[in-house]
Structures are given as structure tokens and as C-alpha cells.
Ligand binder design. Structure first.
Ligand SMILES: *Cc1c(COP(=O)(O)O)cnc(C)c1O
Length: 379
């Protein structure tokens, strides 16, 4: 089945009770048993719920995996992956990553005796020097947030296979429409389904997808034992979101390109970060592992001035100044004070997240209106 069919049908079947085409929202915590243990596969909704299962099967299908898991947030999904580890284990992580992931690693799991190395992975060989006998997990985010660095998943996967280390990829920015990490050799794909998968800025959710059965069983155990699941209503909304993922992404990419090209030509703009530019240092890798370049664009205005950046984001009218990304509506963010405020300034600036950086999540409105809005806001 092709991707654009999988989003609509993958892993899904009509509901057996009445043939409803969309799975019903099974808003229930428990299920009647005829005799102790005499149930129809469902006992308690933390463990299994039919609406959530329909969504989990769809996640598995669109990422070309075998097993999907849905969580109450993207961070809950990352948390479940980290629970595969033991004190003394080490993790090698992308250095430019979602601020909340960095906070979870350094403020929670570090205290549980797990050691994290934050490494620039634009050159995939950089990770080798950080891998030792305690290394259990490589955590990759690509394109990175918010600097749009591109990391070569296939080359990293060759290293992790050779060293028997798990490779997890946060695929939130790219979505499986653009990039399928399991096909490139990753063991775990993670999503903040809050973003493009849900696609309508109306839910908070996380996902994991894996191919390997043993790994899936360990993660299902953690999902049930720790209990950070999502509810049936949100599962229904995410499933509905997936059905239009391919058409939305097509437009996000088209508008993202138009906005990135507009900004690079603007005399008041100094730098634009978007992997579709031939001048992007890893443009060739982006071209080989992604089918297009996505709708995320970051930029810095000339003079690298904090007040100027704040003025631009305040002036925007069609773009909404807000946290988050990936919805149908265009959003603008100021990473240093918003999404990445939890990363210390020196750490942030090392990776390019300067005080003047603005991040755009380019939505699916008419690009003429988006560009006009940027024109008036930049002035
Ligand atoms: C938002 C985000 C997360 C965290 O997901 P939540 O759903 O907000 O918990 C993780 N990674 C990336 C890349 C994100 O954008």
C-alpha cells in the first residue's frame, strides 16, 4: 500500500459491531466479563482501549513498523523509551533538540544515574567517540529544532547496529510523509503527535513505533505499568488527523519553500535555516532521506537584535505568536524565550539558538497572505 493510502486505511478496519467506518470513541474505563477472565480482549483502558488500539495500528502502518503505542504527550513517549535504561547507562543525544527533551534528560533522568552526551551529529562520525560499553541509546532529532540541522539516519544506524546500541529518532518535524526512520535502520520512532500528526492544534499526544517484537513487548509493559496513555477522545482526533496528513504536508512543504525563499531575498534578513537550500550544509542528506523539506523555517534578522526579533513576532497578524507547531494555522515562536527557555543560554547559543532567532511553523493558508504578513511585520 502506498503512503497516501496508508494514512486513510493503514492498520484500520471497519468496526465489527455496526460497521462504522470511523472507530467509535469507546469512552470507557472497563469492560464486562462473563466469568473471571472471560472478556473480549479488553479488561481495563489503561492497558487496552479499542479506539486507542485503532490509532496505534495506524501509527505502526504509516511509519512502516509493526507495533505502535500512543501516549498522553510526546514527552510521555520519550519517558517510556528512557525507562528501558538502567542507572549507569549512557545516552548519546543530538545537541540541538527540543527543549523539553533536554529538560527530561538533564533534570530527571540524570538524577537517576543515566549519563547524557549532547553531540553535534551533522557529521555522523562524531558519535563514535562517545560510544562505550555503557552506551545503550542514541537519541536523534532530525531536522533539529529549531536550527534545521539534518542528521544522516542511515549512517548513524550503521554505527548503532555494529555497536548493538538502540537508535531512536524523534520524527516530529518530518513526519512519516517525509521521512521513515525505521526504513533507514532506526529501532524506535517517536512523535509528538501534538504537532503534524494531530495537525489541528487541538490535542496533546505522543507516539512510538517499532518493528521488533521483544522491544515492543518491553515498551507495552512500560506503557501499561507507568500508565502515561492518552484517552479515547484524543485517540479519535489523532486518527482523524492522520487521514489528511499527506495532503496537509504537501501544502506545508509548498508554503515552507515559498516563505524560506522570500526571507532569503529580504534585505533585512541575515540568515534563514531551511534544509531545502542547496547551501544548507547537509542538503544532500536531506534530499536522500526526506521526500521534501517540510514546513519549518527559522531565521535571524540583520543586526541579530533581540528587540527587533520581538517586534517582528509581535507585528505578525496571520502568523500567531504561540508555542507548538505543525497545525494547519501558521505559528511564529521565539525559541530563546519560549520552547528553548529551559536550555541554559551558553548551551543554546553554542548551537545557534541566539536571542534574535525566530522559528516559523508555516501553515496551509494561502502563501500570498503569509508572505504579505511577513513583509508588513519585518517592515
Ligand atoms: C513538541 C515536541 C516534543 C514534545 O512533545 P509534547 O507532545 O509537547 O509532549 C518532542 N519533540 C519535538 C521535536 C517536539 O516538537
Amino acid at each position: 500500500m502506498k503512503f497516501n493510502t496508508k494514512t486513510i486505511h493503514g492498520g484500520q478496519k471497519n468496526d465489527p459491531a455496526y460497521g462504522s467506518v470511523m472507530p467509535p470513541i469507546y469512552q470507557t474505563s472497563t469492560y464486562a466479563q462473563s466469568t473471571p477472565g472471560g472478556h473480549k480482549g479488553y479488561e481495563y483502558s489503561r492497558t487496552h482501549n479499542p479506539t486507542r488500539n485503532a490509532l496505534e495500528n495506524a501509527f505502526a502502518s504509516i511509519e512502516n513498523g509493526n507495533y505502535g503505542m500512543a501516549f498522553g504527550s510526546g514527552l510521555a513517549a520519550i519517558d517510556a523509551v528512557l525507562k528501558l535504561l538502567q542507572p549507569g547507562d549512557e545516552v548519546v543525544s543530538t545537541n540541538d533538540l527540543y527543549g523539553g527533551s533536554y529538560r527530561l534528560f538533564t533534570k530527571i533522568y540524570k538524577d537517576f544515574g543515566i549519563k547524557f552526551h549532547f553531540v553535534g551529529m551533522e557529521n555522523a562520525d562524531n558519535i563514535e567517540g562517545y560510544i562505550n560499553e555503557n552506551t545503550k541509546l542514541i537519541w536523534v532529532e532530525t531536522p533539529t529544532n529549531p536550527m534545521m540541522n539534518i542528521i544522516d539516519i542511515k549512517t548513524i544506524a550503521e554505527v548503532t547496529k555494529r555497536k548493538s546500541v538502540l537508535l531512536a529518532v524523534d520524527n516530529t518535524f518530518a513526519t512519516p510523509y517525509l521521512q521513515r526512520p525505521l526504513d533507514l535502520g532506526a529501532d524506535i520512532v517517536m512523535h509528538s503527535a501534538t504537532k503534524y500528526i494531530g495537525g489541528h492544534s487541538d490535542l496533546v499526544m505522543g507516539a512510538l513505533v517499532v518493528k521488533d517484537q521483544d522491544l515492543a513487548n518491553r515498551l507495552y509493559f512500560i506503557q501499561n505499568a507507568s500508565g502515561a496513555i492518552c484517552g479515547p477522545q484524543d485517540s479519535f482526533l489523532a486518527l482523524r488527523g492522520i487521514k489528511t496528513l499527506h495532503v496537509r504536508m504537501q501544502r506545508h512543504c509548498e508554503n515552507g519553500k515559498a516563505v524560506a525563499e522570500y526571507l532569503t531575498k529580504h534585505p533585512k534578513i541575515e540568515k534563514v535555516y531551511w534544509p531545502g537550500f542547496e547551501s544548507h550544509p547537509n542538503h544532500e542528506i536531506a534530499k536522500s532521506q526526506m521526500s521534501d523539506f517540510g514546513g519549518m523555517v527559522s531565521f535571524v534578522a540583520k543586526g541579530n537584535n533581540y528587540e527587533e526579533a520581538i517586534k517582528i513576532v509581535e507585528n505578525l497578524k496571520v502568523f500567531t505568536l504561540a508555542e507548538s507547531l505543525g497545525g494547519v494555522e501558521s505559528l511564529a515562536g521565539h525559541p530563546a524565550s519560549m520552547t528553548h527557555a529551559s536550555i541554559p543560554k551558553e548551551e543554546r547559543e553554542k548551537t545557534g539558538v541566539v536571542d534574535a532567532l525566530i522559528r516559523l511553523s508555516v501553515g496551509i493558508e494561502d502563501k500570498v497572505d503569509l508572505i504579505a504578513d511577513l513583509r508588513q511585520a519585518i517592515g
